[in-house]
Ligand binder design. Structure first.
Ligand SMILES: *Cc1c(COP(=O)(O)O)cnc(C)c1O
Length: 379
């Protein structure tokens, strides 16, 4: 059986993590660590399927978290690895707990740092950092651009209180999204120009996420050179915290065609929803790929695919196929491991897709399934 046949045999809707593809990504990231001497941390906000954490921990140094829950997940499920956390603002109680098991805690402002500095000083085993905003980003979608006007993320040079750095041992920037090594190069030039003088006194610099390292056209050698350059020049450790790069192209979403109708064009309703199961399709927005499909009009039979919710805009996209779709057909979306299982929801009472893993040997294993109680328990 080929992969599509294996996947089509599963009950839908379901996500399927592709173990071989995940390992492929992790091998690339492991090489980056080895060649550059940096630490690669999985940004859990992109992918938190913790049953794969034992596997992930064999390849990279650890994880980063957006707050207490993700950090705790890493502490429980990837014990003994590096845990880094950044939050735009910490609550008192959360910070107290984070102090007991995180390696690095990054603050978003000098006011938060000053507020927690005393508490922090009781934990010499934890290293503290500040997120800077270099005010340079090549991201064109504002919702994903931490440097857009009046952004709350990170401290700009004008607001950098250089007399309040005692106890701070690292800086963090995150200004990229799905970008290459040349964007990083231009960003680093700005970071160095604005904040370089502070880097000499730091123990680490975190380059954030958004590095498309595991895409075939990414210039890994260039990344390695830049990391080595920064490490040597300022005598510090470098962290990178990719989310996408860990889980890109490492999963599927399988669905079934429920109905076929016509309104000016052929329409298909499937048992998965853009709004509930792949929200980035509407948020980014983008058109996910379906195995065996073409662009509209490219193959003989074109359909607009939509979900079974009442949201008019719950449209996944337009696709063409070599043969007409039939009720009951299975369709397989690719690149569905990242920003899906962490972002899905039960709007309209939609069932959550079960989560499977396709092992390297071709066997499928159910990791998690959901039912009515998962809908009800959140309300
Ligand atoms: C989103 C985010 C990441 C991960 O970004 P990817 O685009 O998934 O690589 C890393 N760090 C921070 C601070 C983020 O907000």
């Amino acid at each position: 059986m080929n992969t599509t046949e294996i996947l089509s045999a599963l009950p839908t809707p379901c996500y399927v993590i592709d173990e071989a593809a995940l390992i492929n990504n992790l091998e690339i990231l492991q090489k980056v660590e080895e060649k550059s001497g940096c630490h690669v941390l999985l940004a859990q906000k992109a992918f938190s399927n913790y049953k794969t954490y034992p596997l992930i921990s064999k390849y990279i140094s650890g994880t980063t978290a957006s707050g207490l829950y993700e950090a705790r997940l890493a502490h429980e499920e990837m014990p003994g690895t590096m845990i880094h956390v950044f939050s735009p603002a910490y609550k008192e109680k959360d910070l107290e707990e984070l102090l007991t098991f995180c390696d690095h805690i990054v603050f978003n402002s000098f006011s938060q740092w000053k507020h927690f500095r005393e508490k922090a000083s009781e934990h010499p085993e934890v290293s503290f950092g500040l997120r800077i905003n270099p005010e340079y980003s090549e991201i064109e979608t504002d919702i994903y651009n931490p440097c857009f006007a009046n952004s709350r993320l990170g401290i700009t040079l004008a607001n950098f209180e250089e007399n309040e750095l005692e106890g701070i041992s690292g800086l963090h920037f995150h200004t990229m999204c799905e970008q290459g090594a040349y964007t990083l190069e231009r960003t680093l030039a700005v970071v160095e120009e604005k904040f370089g003088k502070y880097l000499y006194n730091m123990k680490w610099l975190n380059f954030g996420g958004g590095h498309h390292i595991t895409k075939p056209d990414y210039d890994v050698d260039k990344l390695v050179d830049m990391i080595r350059h920064i490490k040597e020049k300022y005598d510090l450790e470098v962290f990178i915290e990719p989310g996408e790069a860990v889980a890109i192209d490492a999963g599927f979403l399988v669905c079934t065609v429920l109905d076929l109708t016509i309104n000016g064009m052929e329409l298909a309703i499937v048992d998965t929803s853009a709004a509930c199961h792949m929200p980035d399709v509407l948020e980014m927005p983008y058109r996910p790929f379906i195995i065996g499909s073409g662009k509209p009009g490219e193959k003989q039979f074109t359909y607009r695919l939509g979900g079974p919710t009442c949201l008019a805009g719950d449209v996944i996209g337009d696709y063409s196929f070599d043969s007409p779709l039939l009720v009951g057909d299975k369709l397989v979306f690719t690149d569905m491991a990242m920003y899906t299982t962490v972002k899905n929801n039960t709007f309209n009472g939609m069932p959550l897709p079960s989560i499977w893993i396709l092992h390297r040997n071709g066997e499928t294993e159910l990791l998690r399934k959901f039912g009515y109680d998962d809908f009800k328990n959140r309300l």
